[in-house]
Structure formats: C-alpha cells, structure tokens
Design a protein around this ligand. Sequence first.
Ligand code: ADP
Ligand code: GN1
Ligand code: MG
Length: 366
Amino acid sequence: MIKKVKTVKDKFKIYGDFISAAPYGSGHINDTLRVIVNQGGTELHYIFQRINENIFKNPPALMNNIKRVTEHIFKKIEDEGDEEITRHTLYVIKALDGRSYTQDEEGKYWRAYIFIEKARTYDVIETAEQAYEAASAFGLFQKDLADLPGERLHETIPDFHNTPRRFADLEKAVAADTAGRVKDAQAEIDFVMNRKADTSKLTDLLAEGKLSERITHNDTKLNNVMIDDETGKGVCVIDLDTVMPGLVHYDFGDMVRTSTSPAAEDEKDLSKVTMQFHMFESLLRGYLSTAGDFLTPRERENLPFSGKLITLEIGIRFLTDYLEGDIYFKTHREGHNLDRCRTQFKLVESIEEQMDDMTALLNSID
Ligand code: ADP
Ligand code: GN1
Ligand code: MG
C-alpha cells in the first residue's frame, strides 16, 4: 500500500520527495492516509484518499461535486479577505493532467488535499463549545452553498437519506437473513418496527412541498469538522463525498446524533449513552447562529425531531449491515455493527424522553 501511495503521489502536482505515508483518522468509508514529503528540507503534509468504489459508483462525478463546492467556498472567503483560505475549505490538489483526482495502476481513484494543520477532529464530544462550533460551521457550510451556480449536484449515493427506503432495506435483510444473524438481533429489529411511522415524516413533508431541498452535507458527524487546536474554533468542514441535494434536517440531526452523547458510537456500556441537553442547546444555538436566517418556520420546527430520525436511520443502517454480514461499514471486531446499532437505539430513547424539552427550548429562541 505504502509503495502504491508513493507512485500515486508522483501523479499529483506535489513538489518534493516522498518521505512516508500512514493511515489516518477513523472514517468508516474511505482509505485515508497522511503523506509527508520533503521540500527543500521542509516537511509538507497531505491527506490522500482512495475513494471507496463499492459505495461511490461514479468517482469522477463525485469529484466534480467536490471541485464545484470547494471552489465556490474558496471564492467567497477569498472575497472576504480571508488569510487562511486553505484552512477554511478543503483544497483539492490537481493531478499532473489537470484533473481533480488520479488513478493507480489498478484503476482505483485517488484524491489529495492540503493537510489542515493545527486542528483536529473529535470522535466523541468533549465540551459544549465544540458542539457550538461544529454546528455553526455546518450551518455556514449550508449557507455558503445556497447560491451555488450550475446544474443540480450529482447524487453520489441515491436515496442516501431516504429513511423509509432504509426501513424497507432492513425488512429485506431480515427476510433474507443471509448471515444467519436475525436470531441475535430480534430486540433491535422490533425496536425499528415499532417506529415505522417516524421514518416517513420528513420525506412526506418534502413530497407535499412543505419542506424544500437544499444543498446539504449529509454526513455531519462530529469527526467531519476540524476544530482549531489553539482557539477551539470550527476551522473546516471536511468529508465532502455526500454533499448533494437534501434536507437540512439530516445535517442538523446527525450533529445531535454525534455531538450530544458522551459515549463513543460503538460503546458497549449502554448506560453511558445519553442525549445531554446542554450539548443539544449548544448545537442548536451554534446552528441557528449561521443557518437561522435562511431556515423556514417549518424547517425550524422539525429540528428537534431530526435528531431522533437520523439516529434511528443510522441505527437501521448499522443493523442492516450486521444482518447482511458487514459489507458496508468498516468493522474492527465481531458484532461491531450490532454494538453501533445498540448505541443508536439507546440514544433514540434518550431523545424521545427529552423531545418536549427540546421543542420548548427551540420555541424560546428568537
Ligand atoms: P471518511 O469518509 O472515511 O470518514 P474523511 O474524509 O472523514 O474520511 O477523513 C478521515 C479523517 O481524516 C478525518 O476524520 C480527519 O481526521 C482526517 N482528515 C481528512 N481530511 C483532512 C485534511 N484535509 N486535513 C487534516 N485532516 C484531515
Ligand atoms: C459513515 O464516512 P464517515 O465515516 O464519516 C457514513 C455515514 C454514517 C457514519 C456513521 C458515505 O461516515 O453515513 O452516518 O459512517 N458515510 C457514508 O458513523 O455512508
Ligand atoms: Mg469522515
């Protein structure tokens, strides 16, 4: 792999001698590496990613989305006189042939980004300030893309946040029981079946024209936003593979899913999993600080429910993957997807218990 990265590096407009490459981060989808090169005695860092083609079927179209989105944000912050532009948006390094990606000898797709220094991502929320900063960064991201010119973005994963569809996929996985695991997950399957009515609530509003499609990130988990090491401020929204048309709720909801519980996504001790209200409050205030002025009243009123919905949806996806034999998400231990599913459903319950308070808080904010 490392030898391959060295060859791939030579296909990008990266000037300097290859020093090393090592796996980086804890994403569930792509292969991510930090690559170090020596340029006249100075070490330069890059992020290289091999795009997961089991999941993303059309890498050139995906990279065209990312190019359009990052160039649009680049121009905006350049006009504002930002002096740290390549810390505030992902910056795609071009290949020697001018494309925004390259291919290795096996035809696999690779991209390279400038490495964002003096900032990091968090897998588990630590402070309410981080929740505020993450939410305000994702809200700003939506706002910046509201005037993206050109045709509709490519749907990199069709029906990505179509929750009724995810429900139907689970039903199919249960009926097929290909890995023989249904017997080990009956309580979790029942949990989902009891909440069928929730799954279509937002997609129905969209179909009735009561909610509108916007350009959204669609994978706003906490470790997809970089936080500055010194200031604690949100620096940059990353992981742009799923930027495409969507509902704002799935973005806000995934922040609630990933930034309110003090437990890891795969925590086995479910007593640790809880929706901490003060974290929700910070998220809500952070999100409204940047997104508040473009949200419609109906979008706004569904924000508390969105946290429950996407937590249920991601739990359904982990459960489906468990039943299908772990074919989608990277797993690192036996039962990993089932453990992840259980934390999601525990969190759904915690959100359900606090839904009235969440709504009351929203209604108390101008
Ligand atoms: P995945 O789709 O697999 O989640 P990500 O794009 O989120 O992959 O990248 C995985 C991790 O790599 C991130 O959580 C982050 O820690 C790190 N990372 C990604 N892009 C950059 C970057 N430009 N600079 C610094 N770190 C990055
Ligand atoms: C995946 O790429 P990553 O690790 O940030 C997944 C998300 C899930 C998340 C669960 C393209 O996100 O949809 O919410 O895992 N991304 C894709 O942790 O499926
Ligand atoms: Mg990620």
